[in-house]
Design a protein around this ligand. Structure first.
Ligand SMILES: NC(=O)c1ccc[n+]([C@@H]2O[C@H](COP(=O)([O-])OP(=O)(O)OC[C@H]3O[C@@H](n4cnc5c(N)ncnc54)[C@H](OP(=O)(O)O)[C@@H]3O)[C@@H](O)[C@H]2O)c1
Length: 254
């Protein structure tokens, strides 16, 4: 028996068309799962779905805006309509607005919370009945080092990612009875389009990340694949409510 086998499983990865989401989508596909790539940009979704199909699994590209409730529900219903089930939900879609808190508008604050926290809840809420009816499921929420630490330029982002960890614990407690495991991954500093913009906007960031990360390098999207496969598979059947750093030691170092 292969504890990490995902054959016959169906996964949705929000924000699966870029960065960490695409790294996770490829990992799930390599383990045998059918993967739905869901994001706002249809052409990027298609391109990512094609890359994932190279692992000889079924794929689909779905347009979704996770900050919109109807869109989240449509994504889940579409997935179940096409594949007949939903086993794995990766709540990865995320965004940030980098500026000092006193300069935030409410619209900027809401955009970050709506995408990173409310979106994850709405997708989980929509997925729950299908997972329950299917006999169980796996929900993987993507947190951040900002689930643990703060930064002057990231009030809304840190609030959303702190919320992700606490929501993960609450959903884990609520849905354990349905054999649904809910866990979070807390990535360290990973080289993606999101952090490419951070490098442009935050002076000295590259030097600080390299000095603070014991592994001495930035992470790559593929560094998240292993833990995602673990949390999506039977290997993690008794793991729920956990928040696992994948950070090259960043959060272990003073
Ligand atoms: N990179 C890091 O160092 C790092 C560290 C910790 C945590 N994270 C977290 O990891 C996740 C992925 O980050 P990343 O670095 O890979 O970022 P990224 O390269 O900017 O990718 C973000 C993804 O989210 C999607 N997205 C954004 N807003 C969306 C919305 N409203 N609805 C649906 N999809 C949406 C984007 O696709 P569309 O634009 O097509 O919608 C894109 O696929 C985020 O939750 C982020 O907070 C990243």
């Amino acid at each position: 028996m292969n504890l990490f086998d995902l054959n016959a499983r169906v996964a949705v990865v929000t924000g699966g068309n870029a960065g960490i989401g695409l790294g996770i989508a490829k990992g799930l596909a390599a383990a045998g799962a059918a993967v739905v790539i869901a994001g706002r940009r249809p052409e990027r979704n298609l391109e990512a779905a094609r890359a994932v199909a190279a692992f000889k699994v079924s794929t689909a590209a779905l347009e979704v805006d996770v900050s919109n409730e109807a869109s989240c529900r449509a994504m889940v219903e579409n997935t179940v309509g096409r594949f007949g089930r939903l086993d794995i939900l990766v709540n990865n879609a995320g965004t940030t607005v980098r500026k000092q808190p006193e300069t935030y508008t409410l619209a900027e604050w809401n955009k970050v919370i709506d995408t990173n926290l409310n979106g994850a809840f709405l997708c989980a809420h929509a997925a729950y009945p299908h997972m329950k009816n299917g006999g169980g499921g796996k929900i993987i929420n993507i947190g951040s080092m900002m689930s643990i630490f703060g930064a002057s330029y990231a009030a809304a982002y840190a609030a959303s990612k702190g919320g992700i960890v606490q929501m993960t614990k609450a959903l884990a407690c609520a849905w354990a009875k349905d054999n649904i495991q809910v866990n979070a991954i807390l990535p360290g500093w990973i080289d993606t389009p999101l952090t490419q913009s951070a490098l442009r906007e935050v002076p000295g960031l590259n030097e600080r990340v390299l000095a603070r990360t014991p592994a001495g390098r930035w992470g790559e999207p593929k560094d998240l694949a292993g833990v995602a496969v673990f949390l999506a598979s039977g290997a993690s059947g008794f793991v729920t409510g956990a928040a696992i750093p994948v950070d090259g030691g960043y959060s272990s170092q003073v």
